[in-house]
Write a protein that binds this ligand. Structure first.
Ligand code: PEP
Ligand code: MG
Length: 756
C-alpha cells in the first residue's frame, strides 16, 4: 500500500499517452512536467537537460518562471541540480536553501520553495539531465516518491537519449545526437577503424518501457532470475581449484547479488510502478553503473562491473536475445561501443566484421582489452560520454594510435582518415607479400622471428604472419579473462590446443605472470600493496603458492607428452628462484612418471631477464638455464624506475638510451660466452627502429606481436647488420653523453634506405 498520493503507474500511463500524441517536443515536455507535478502533489516540476559541455539547461518547468526555460543554466557540480548530475545520486531535502550546494537563480523565482527532490536522468550509466520537484512547505519526500520519480525519468532518458529534443534547445550548444563529436580517450590498442556504430549494450533495443500487465512481467522476471541463479550455482559447482580465498568470495558475491532480496525487490517495485521487466532491470542497472562511475578502487570497480555483467545477462534472457542472430545481423566495419564488456562477449561477435572497440571505461588490463589486442582490433578506452551521444549506425572513426574518436565525422576528417586507412591497407598487403620471404638481413644474418601469444584467438596468426614459432606464450591471459581460476583440465586443454595449432613450430610457455599490472579480479594479494610492480607477483607468488604453480606445471607436462616442453620463468630476481622452481618441476615429472603418463621428449627451462639484478649474475644464470629471454618492458621499467603504465612518463626516457643498449649488449655477450640462446620478447622487438638496434647489438631471435612481423621483416631485409654492429660498437664504446641514440639510428636507417 502506497503511503503517499503519487501513483507512478497512473503517471506512466499518462506519459505513454503523451508520447503517442503527435505534438511538438516542447509541448510534450510541458505536458510531462505538468503531469508529474500534479501526480506528485508538487508545486514545481522542472526538467534540466545536460549539454555536451556539461551545462545543465532548464528545458521545461511547471511552477518556476516560464521565461527562465532555455535561459537558466547550471554547470556540472553547480547548485543542487549540478550536484545531482555530478554524483548521479538523488537529493531529497526538507529545506533546499540550507544545503551548502544551493545556488540561487533569480530568474526562476524558486526562492519561495523549501522542499526539494531531484533525481538524475540516467541512461547507460550516463547522466543526461535532472528532474526536480519542489514544494513550498517543508516536507521530506518518501522513499516511494523517490522511486516514483526515478521510474518516470526512464521515459525522459529515452526521449533525451534517442535524440528527440534537439531542435528545441535555445542556446548554441545543442543536446546533440546528430552533429559531429570528437573526443580523446586512452589509446589501448593501435590501429585505425572506420565504420559504423554498434552499441553493444542490449538495453538499446528495449522498445517497450510500459507494462500491460504487472503479473505477467513479474512472472517473466522471476523466471529469468531463476535461470540466472542456476547458472551461477553451476559456476560454483564447477569451481574446484582451491577451497578458500578471495576468488570463492567473488563467486559468492555473484550468488549473493542474484539472491539479494533488496535487488529483487527494487526490480519488482519498478514493475509494480508500471515498467516492463526489462525496463525495470535497466533502471536498476543504471543505478549500479552510476555508482561505478564514482568508484576509483579498481578492485571494487571490477566487482561492480561483474554485477553489471549479471544484470546484462538477465536483460539478455528477458529480451530473448539470440547471440547468433544478433551477431549475424551486424554490419561490416562495425565499431563496438560499450560502457564495459566481458571478454567472452567480444568473442561472440564475428571478428571479420569488427573494426574497432570504444569503451567508456576500460584500461590496459581490462580483460576485453587484452582479448581485443590479441584479435588486432583497435581500442579506445575512457571515452566518457560516448554512449549517450552515439546511435546505432552512426559513422565513426577511431584512431587507436592517438586515442581519438570521431563520431559522425565531418568530411575533412573522414577524407584524411580514409587516406590513412588506404595507406595502411596498402602496407598490409605489402607485409603479407613478405610472409614467405626467409628472414635474413641483407648481409645474410638469419633472424628468428617469433610471435607473442596467450589466447586461442592468437593462434591463427602464427601461420598468417609466417613466424617460426611462439617465443612467448603468456599463460596468465587465460587466467585474466576468466571469472574464476581456470581448472587444471581447462589449462591442459588450452595447452594441448596450442600444440595442435603450432604443428611442428616451437612454442615457449611462460609460467603464470600475475600480479603487478596483471590483475585477476578474483584473486588479490593479502593486504594493500604500495608498489604492486615491485610486489608479490610472477615467480614470487608462484613459489609461495606452490599448489597453483604445480597445477599449471602438471597441465603443461601432460599436454606436452611426446613433444618438447619449453618453460620460461617470469620476473626472476635471483638464481635460487630457478632452483626452487626446478624442484617443483622435478616433483611433477616424477609424479607423472609414476602414473605412466607420456612425458615431454625434452624439457628446456628458461628465464626472463626483466629484473636488473640478473644483469650482474648473467654467467650464473646461464649455467642453470637452457635459454633466456629479455622482457624489455619490465627491464626498462625497473632500470629507469618508470612505471610502465604511467602515461605521464611514457616518453620521458628512451629504450634506445646508451644505458639500456649497454645492458642489452651485456646480455648478448653473456649469451655468446655461455652458448645459451637469447630472445628479446618485449615491445622493443616489434618496433622496426628498435628491432634494427637489437639486431645491431647481436640479437638474432625476436618475439613480437603478430602485427609487427611484417614491418620488422621489411626492415631487416633491407639492413646490413654488420655495418650497424660496427657503428653501435663504436658509439657504445666511447663516453656517451647523449640521452638517446635514436637520432643516430634514424640517420643510419635513412642513409641506408632501411624500411622502418
Ligand atoms: C616484458 O616485460 O617485456 C614482457 C615480455 O613481459 P610482459 O610484457 O608480459 O610483462
Ligand atoms: Mg614482463
Amino acid at each position: 500500500m502506497r503511503k503517499t498520493g503519487s501513483d507512478p503507474k497512473m503517471l506512466l500511463k499518462r506519459l505513454r499517452e503523451f508520447m503517442a500524441e503527435a505534438i511538438e517536443p516542447q509541448m510534450r515536455l510541458n505536458q510531462i512536467v505538468r503531469e508529474i507535478a500534479q501526480n506528485m502533489a508538487a508545486e514545481v516540476c522542472s526538467l534540466y537537460v545536460m549539454h555536451l559541455n556539461g551545462m545543465l539547461e532548464l528545458y521545461a518547468t511547471q511552477g518556476l518562471n516560464p521565461q527562465a526555460v532555455h535561459l537558466s543554466q547550471l554547470r556540472l557540480g553547480q547548485g543542487l541540480v549540478g550536484a545531482i548530475a555530478a554524483t548521479a545520486r538523488p537529493l531529497n531535502l526538507v529545506n533546499a536553501q540550507d544545503h551548502p550546494a544551493f545556488t540561487y537563480l533569480p530568474e526562476t523565482g524558486e526562492e519561495i520553495y523549501s522542499s526539494f527532490l531531484g533525481v538524475p536522468i540516467l541512461r547507460a550509466g550516463r547522466t543526461l539531465g535532472v528532474l526536480v520537484v519542489q514544494n513550498r512547505n517543508q516536507r521530506s519526500y518518501s522513499d516511494d516518491e523517490v522511486e516514483a520519480l526515478e521510474t518516470v525519468v526512464m521515459v525522459l532518458a529515452e526521449m533525451i537519449g534517442s535524440g528527440n529534443l534537439p531542435h528545441i534547445a535555445h542556446s548554441d550548444v545543442k543536446v546533440d545526437t546528430e552533429r559531429p563529436f570528437s573526443l580523446t580517450g586512452s589509446a589501448l590498442n593501435e590501429g585505425i577503424g572506420l565504420g559504423h556504430v554498434i552499441l553493444h549494450e542490449p538495453r538499446i533495443v528495449i522498445t517497450n518501457l510500459f507494462n500491460e500487465d504487472c503479473e505477467i512481467e513479474l512472472l517473466k522476471l522471476s523466471a529469468a532470475i531463476d535461470s540466472l541463479r542456476i547458472s551461477i550455482d553451476d559456476m560454483l559447482a564447477r569451481w574446484d581449484v582451491a577451497r578458500d580465498g578471495e576468488h570463492r568470495d567473488i563467486l559468492e558475491t555473484y550468488r549473493m547479488f542474484a539472491h539479494d532480496k533488496g535487488w529483487v525487490k527494487r526490480l519488482e517495485e519498478a514493475i509494480l510502478n508500471g515498467l516492463t521487466a526489462e525496463a525495470a532491470v535497466e533502471k536498476v542497472q543504471s543505478d549500479t553503473r552510476a555508482r561505478m562511475i564514482q568508484i576509483v578502487d579498481p578492485y571494487m570497480r571490477e566487482r561492480l562491473s561483474d554485477l553489471d555483467d549479471l544484470a546484462n545477462r538477465l536483460l539478455s534472457q528477458l529480451m530473448g536475445r539470440k547471440d547468433d542472430a544478433f551477431a549475424i545481423g551486424i554490419c561490416q566495419n562495425a565499431v563496438l561501443i560499450a560502457h564495459a564488456m566481458g571478454a567472452a562477449e567480444l568473442l561472440d561477435y564475428p571478428r571479420e566484421k569488427i573494426c574497432g572497440l570504444v569503451l567508456e571505461d576500460g584500461a590496459t588490463t581490462s580483460h576485453v582489452v587484452i582479448v581485443a589486442r590479441a584479435m588486432g582490433i583497435p581500442v579506445i578506452g575512457q571515452a566518457k560520454g560516448i554512449i549517450s551521444l552515439a546511435k546505432n549506425d552512426d559513422p565513426i572513426i577511431i584512431d587507436g594510435n592517438e586515442g581519438h574518436v570521431h563520431l559522425r565525422p565531418v568530411a575533412d576528417v573522414e577524407k584524411a582518415y580514409a587516406e590513412k586507412a588506404r595507406f595502411q591497407a596498402h602496407r598490409q598487403k605489402f607485409y603479407r607479400d613478405l610472409c614467405n620471404r626467409p628472414p635474413y638481413t641483407r648481409d645474410g644474418v638469419p633472424i628468428t622471428m617469433l610471435i607473442n601469444a596467450g589466447l586461442l584467438v592468437d593462434l591463427p596468426q602464427l601461420a598468417e604472419s609466417g613466424a617460426e614459432g611462439i617465443g612467448l606464450f603468456r599463460t596468465e591471459l587465460q587466467f585474466m579473462i576468466a571469472s574464476t581460476f581456470p581448472r587444471a583440465q581447462e589449462q591442459e586443454e588450452l595447452y594441448r590446443t596450442v600444440y595442435q595449432e603450432v604443428g611442428d613450430k616451437s612454442v615457449t610457455f611462460r609460467t603464470l605472470d600475475i600480479g603487478g599490472d596483471k590483475v585477476l579480479p578474483y584473486f588479490r594479494a593479502k593486504g594493500h600493496e604500495e608498489n604492486p610492480a615491485l610486489g608479490w607477483r610472477a615467480i614470487r607468488l608462484a613459489l609461495d603458492r606452490p599448489a597453483l604453480m604445480r597445477t599449471q606445471l602438471r597441465a603443461l607436462l601432460k599436454a606436452s607428452g611426446g613433444r618438447e616442453l619449453r618453460l620460461m620463468l617470469p620476473m626472476v630476481t635471483e638464481i635460487a628462484e630457478i632452483h626452487h622452481a626446478q624442484q617443483l618441476i622435478d616433483r611433477e615429472v616424477a609424479h607423472l612418471a609414476r602414473f605412466s603418463y607420456e612425458l615431454p621428449t625434452q624439457l628446456k627451462l628458461g628465464a626472463m631477464i626483466e629484473v636488473p639484478s640478473l644483469l650482474f649474475q648473467l654467467d650464473e644464470l646461464m649455467q642453470v638455464t637452457d635459454f633466456v629471454s629479455v622482457g624489455s618492458n619490465d627491464l626498462f621499467q625497473f632500470m629507469m624506475a618508470v612505471d610502465r603504465s604511467n602515461i605521464q612518463l611514457a616518453n620521458r626516457f628512451d629504450p634506445l638510451s646508451p644505458t639500456v643498449l649497454r645492458a642489452l649488449r651485456k646480455i648478448i655477450r653473456a649469451s655468446q660466452r655461455n652458448n645459451v640462446p637469447v630472445t628479446l620478447c618485449g615491445e622493443m622487438a616489434g618496433k622496426p627502429l628498435m628491432a634494427m638496434a637489437l639486431i645491431g647489438l647481436g640479437f638474432q631471435r625476436l618475439s613480437m606481436a603478430p602485427a609487427s612481423i611484417g614491418p620488422v621483416k621489411a626492415m631487416l631485409l633491407s639492413l646490413n647488420a654488420e655495418k650497424l654492429c660496427d657503428v653501435l660498437e663504436k658509439e657504445l664504446g666511447i663516453l656517451q653523453t647523449e640521452r638517446s641514440l635514436r637520432p643516430m639510428l634514424l640517420d643510419f636507417a635513412r642513409n641506408n634506405n632501411i624500411a622502418f
